[in-house]
Design a protein around this ligand. Structure first.
Ligand code: F6R
Length: 623
């Protein structure tokens, strides 16, 4: 789950920046992937210089200011989420071996590191850290001098043949100072192409300031980049081709833009995230046309079951989608946590459509579930936010959400964009299979198109929620209740509060209350209730209103999210947060927003790092 960057440019090219500038900028952008230590290595004047430090990238920058590194056009950098060995200066990357000539950074876990280590110890090597990375680096150095004839590319190919597990490795060697050699297996790596300079990154945000042209590479491949060339091979040395793509993300969208945190900024990005996800998906007759699906219509027509696989917030988006897809398409739809899916021996056939939801496209649990589903013969559609990532690459088709880079660890705009994309998929299937008439599809699309403006209205009313957050920052626990699509919204509200405000929170299906959880209610217990629209599904609405009364009668402080004009809640709410009127299935796109704002402001009021909460990393690339 670490972030990795590499840069190589021509010497004396007259650029205003050096390798260190590119690498530090890349690490700042990739810091969301892990932030317990960081380090860089650069080559200059015949030797490799390096600095590494426990703590955030800022601590590394201080270290470099205190002990500057020479100007250089070649280097690698790393920001870490510790797996093997705790976060310390010593365990930080790069690991520099071979008498200070070889520097290595690594993301992932080398499963056979203990066995390799004892073989290397038997050959007389010493180790200073507790990491698996130092073992891989030492092996690479040994192979470089012995079997590989001092060719770093060959050494990497041969080394990777001996490694088990998931990894991305970048290496530079003082004896071949014009190149970075990298390899990947089940861990992300993309190549950025420049003019007389090339880049490597865990994702495109590692070099987004410098180029929009990128190449994705497959598993079990090695890439060698110099200032002018990019060469990809497999581990046996056979040449391979990468897949080029244009980076849609805008570098400016990965900046805070004057907001206190990325999370706050990304909450404000949500109208655009939904609008952009809808854009370009209609033909000249305004009919929904998902050209990128590349799955034969006959196959999509024959589907008899949909399984949505995802983790965390993305799984809650899947739960929302289930209500819509079943309603529109009449296809039985299940939602399964990706890490559970594989181990429960799910019933998957050629007629099953698996939808993998992932912002990062790198969540290992989801990736493994995708592979499992495809092995069983299912077709897999990835709904993903990150170009060049593994999940869309390994799926049969990909539908991208266009939320732009999401930097804060707590997912916000990706959630709304995922709901939007799954709705497009549901409507498309309903249109294709004839479950809905064209005018019915159009009327739902009209509702969807109206959402960005309504989301903006909710964001504009955020001050009320911020004040509420301030007044409740010392609560010991907060509960969230919802029914139907309001239930996953309740779960998402609770998750946000747990992960960034470290506050105990739980989301319940409101109907479940009387089956146990109501015993938790005591005087002063804050309870958020997501109230469905009273227009259209009145029995649902009146049941939720009864639930508010039940908790209020037992002393709860009720914070009710209800649509404009719904006066039925007035008598039972301590606080009412109004959202614009919207049909039931559209409501999650609105009701989630105050919950995000609430969590963000509680965390801020407690002086926590909103964007980089403790123990977490944005992209969970280990199982
Ligand atoms: C919570 C959060 C996580 C992710 C989950 C899946 O705010 O961000 O729960 O939703 O780790 O990540 P992706 O969508 O990248 O697969």
């Amino acid at each position: 789950m670490c972030g990795i960057v590499g840069y190589v440019g021509h010497p004396n090219q007259g650029r205003e920046y050096f390798a260190l500038d590119v690498i530090l900028e890349g690490l700042r952008r990739l810091e969301y992937r892990g932030y317990d230590s960081a380090g860089v290595a650069v080559y200059a004047d015949g030797e490799i210089g390096w600095r590494k430090k426990a703590g955030k990238v800022a601590a590394l920058e201080e270290e470099i200011s205190a002990r500057p590194l020479p100007e250089s056009v070649l280097g690698i950098g790393h920001t870490r989420w510790a797996t093997h060995g705790g976060p310390s200066d010593l365990n930080s990357h790069p690991h520099v071996v071979d008498g200070g000539q070889l520097a290595v950074v690594h993301n992932g876990i080398i499963e056979n590191f203990a066995e390799l280590k004892s073989q290397l110890v038997a050959k007389g090597y010493n180790f200073v850290s507790e990491t698996d990375t130092e073992v891989a680096a030492t092996l690479l150095g040994e192979v470089f001098h012995n079997e590989a004839g001092q060719d770093l590319t060959r050494a990497m190919q041969l080394t990777c043949q001996q490694l088990d597990g998931a990894f991305t490795i970048l290496a530079i060697h003082a004896q071949q100072p014009d190149r970075i050699v990298a390899a990947r297996r089940d861990s992300p790596l993309v190549i950025g192409l420049g003019e007389g300079e090339n880049f490597l990154g865990s994702d495109v945000s590692g070099f987004i300031d410098y180029t929009k042209s990128a190449v994705e590479m497959d598993n079990d491949q090695v890439v060698t980049i110099t200032a002018d060339e990019v060469q990809i091979t497999d581990y046996q040395g056979a040449a391979a081709e990468g897949k080029s793509f244009h980076i849609d993300w805008d570098a400016a969208s990965a900046k805070k833009d004057g907001f206190n945190s990325f999370m706050e900024k990304e909450i404000h990005d949500q109208p655009a995230a939904v609008r952009d996800t809808l854009m370009g998906r209609f033909d000249e007759q305004n009919k929904l046309a998902l050209d990128e699906l590349h799955i034969e219509e006959s196959v999509l027509k024959s589907i008899d079951k949909i399984i949505v696989i995802a983790c965390g917030t993305a799984a809650y988006a899947g739960h929302v989608a289930r209500y819509a897809i079943e309603h529109w398409c009449r296809i039985p739809t299940e939602v399964e946590l990706a890490h559970e899916f594989r181990y429960r021996d799910p019933i998957v056939t050629e007629k099953t459509l698996v939808v993998a939801l992932s912002q990062s496209g790198e969540t290992m649990d989801t990736l493994m579930a995708v592979r499992h589903a495809r092995q069983q013969g299912a077709k897999v559609i990835a709904i993903c936010n990150t170009q060049g990532s593994s999940i869309p690459r390994e799926s049969d088709a990909a539908l991208y959400t266009h939320a732009g880079p999401e930097i804060a660890v707590a997912s916000t705009k990706a959630f709304l964009a995922q709901i939007t994309a799954t709705y497009l998929l549901g409507l498309y299937l309903a249109q294709l299979r004839g479950n809905m008439f064209a005018d019915e599809v159009q009327s739902v699309l009209q509702e969807l198109r109206a959402m960005p403006e309504k989301i903006q209205t909710v964001i504009d009313g955020g001050d009320q929620v911020a004040e509420l957050a301030q007044s409740m920052k010392d609560a010991k626990s907060v509960l969230f209740l919802g029914r139907h699509v309001g239930f996953p919204v309740a779960l998402e509200g609770a998750l946000k509060l747990k992960e960034i405000a470290y506050l105990h929170a739980e989301g319940f299906a409101a109907g479940e209350l009387k089956h146990g959880p109501i015993a938790l209610i005591e005087e002063g217990q804050p309870v958020f209730v997501i109230v469905p629209s009273p227009r259209g599904r009145d029995s649902l609405h009146s049941k939720v209103v009864s639930n508010i009364q039940e908790v209020r009668a037992r002393g709860a402080i009720t914070i009710v999210i209800a649509e404009e004009g719904d006066s039925a809640v007035d008598a039972y709410a301590n606080h009412i947060i109004r959202i614009p009127q919207a049909p039931t299935l559209m409501q999650p796109l609105l009701a989630t927003v105050p919950l995000q704002i609430f969590a963000c402001h509680v965390a801020q009021a407690k002086n926590y790092d909103v964007d980089q909460p403790r123990n977490l990393a944005k992209s969970v690339t280990v199982e």
